[in-house]
Structure formats: C-alpha cells, structure tokens
Design a protein around this ligand. Sequence first.
Ligand code: PAF
Length: 290
Amino acid sequence: MQKIERIAQLRDFLRPHRERRLGLVPTMGYLHEGHLSLIRQAAKECEQVVVSVFVNPLQFGPGEDLDRYPRDLERDQKLAGEAGADILFTPGVGEMYPNGAKTTVRITGLTDRLCGASRPGHFDGVATVVSKLFHIVEPDRAYFGQKDAQQVAVIQQMVQDLNFPVEVVSCPTVREADGLAMSSRNVYLSPEERKQAAILYKTLREATREREAGRLCRAAEAVQFIRERLEKAEGLLIDYVEVLSYPELEPLDRLDGDRSIAAVAVRLGSTRLIDNVIWPQEEGTRCTSP
Ligand code: PAF
C-alpha cells in the first residue's frame, strides 16, 4: 500500500488509473473495526481504494477534543492495508487548508438538529472537508458509517445539491460485544464509563422491540421511553434524545409511516457518545446525485 501526503502526488498517482472504479473511505484515523468494515466493503466493490486519514480542525468547536483526538498513523497504515486499501492519503493541515478555510460548504435545515444543534459549525467543517476530498480523489463511491447517520444525510444532501458524481454508500454500525457502537473516542472512557456506555444501545434496542410490538406508536412516546431509561443511568448526562424522519430529519408524529431515526447523544465523564437506530431497520443505503 502506498502512503501519500501531498494532493498533487495523489492526483498524479491516480491519473493513469481513472478507468478503474475508485472507492474513497474518509476517516480521521485511529482506525477501528467500524472503519475496517467500510474499507473491506469498498475493496469488494471497487478496483482501487483510497483511505484518507485527516483530523479535520474545521469540524471541531472551541473546547472540543481536537488536541487529544487519538492518532496512530503507523497502526492505521497496517490495518488499512490489511483491510484492502491501496492508498493511505494523509495530508497535513497546511496541505488541506494552505490559506485557512475562506471557502466553506454549508447545508441548511438538516444541520439545525441533533449534533448540528449541539455542535454549531460542525457539519460545515465536515461538508467542507468531504467536498475537498471528493474533488481531490474524484471517487466513484464514498463509504460512511451509519453510526454518524446525520453526517450521512448531510453528505447525501450535499452530493445531490452540488451534483458530485459520486455514490454515497452508508454501511451498518459496527458494535462491540455489549452493543456499544465502535468509535475512536471510546478510548477516552474509563473502565467504569465503558461499562455504563452499553446502556445506549441497550435502550435503543428495547425501544425498537417496543415499537415492533406496536407499543410505541408516536415519536413523543419513543423519546420519553428512551429518556426515562437513560436518565436512570448514573453519571450519564443527556445531550439529546430525538425521534425524527430519516433522512429528512423533520419532526414526526406517528411512527408507522415514514422511515425514522431514534438518535441519542450523551456525555459520560468527558466523553461525548452518539448512537442511533433507523426504523424500520435496514442494511445501509445508497444515494447518487441526480
Ligand atoms: O466521520 C468522520 O470521521 C469525519 O467526520 C469525516 C467524514 C472523515 C470528515 O472529517
């Protein structure tokens, strides 16, 4: 596998292979099974796979964890190669934002809720860096995890609105044995917090069962059901619990019509955790610009 830091060098490297189907897996590194499942999926479907590792300062707010975000490029290179990546693209901040970020991409509406409300500017940072990566790599397909369901919705919207010729593939959340969604940020959890963290998916699963049994028919009831259980967990602070239409992220009344998302964000000590389930459950989605 080739490790490339410069945009010009990456373009030169990819130019002779443009007829090959190219997959991109954008990451911020410190790869875990969730990332590796995206890389494996990309390797199955594409002839060449680029994995980008870039901790994007633009998507971190003041006081967030930019400085302590875990990094281990050597390990990432080994894991990405074993999972089927051909190129690891590892630009520095100066390479990606040589003039700062004077031009940014903003998606309205979809970014007003959930993490967009709790982390102002976060999705502008995500959309900006992903659109830069799309321009630099020019992938046929780009792979994202459904754990960041709002991110997937935002990127799908951006791809449609800006006519990026790329298919966005969202892949199922990969979980630890106790259900905790894999995340690079899980390393921040103390052993006690790590045990507590399993409550997130356990509660979402209970709500899913209640919904499937026809005992949760309205979004407000589902929110209350999830909230009540999370509020009982010691040391856990709720940021949000919302049940919305998906991928539109609009308020909902009844749960028996449109596809919906039950999404939660909590704080356990200094760690912010998010998780979600899509109702009805699905295997992942695809979307291309019109
Ligand atoms: O999901 C992530 O790791 C990041 O938000 C992404 C898509 C790599 C953009 O920096």
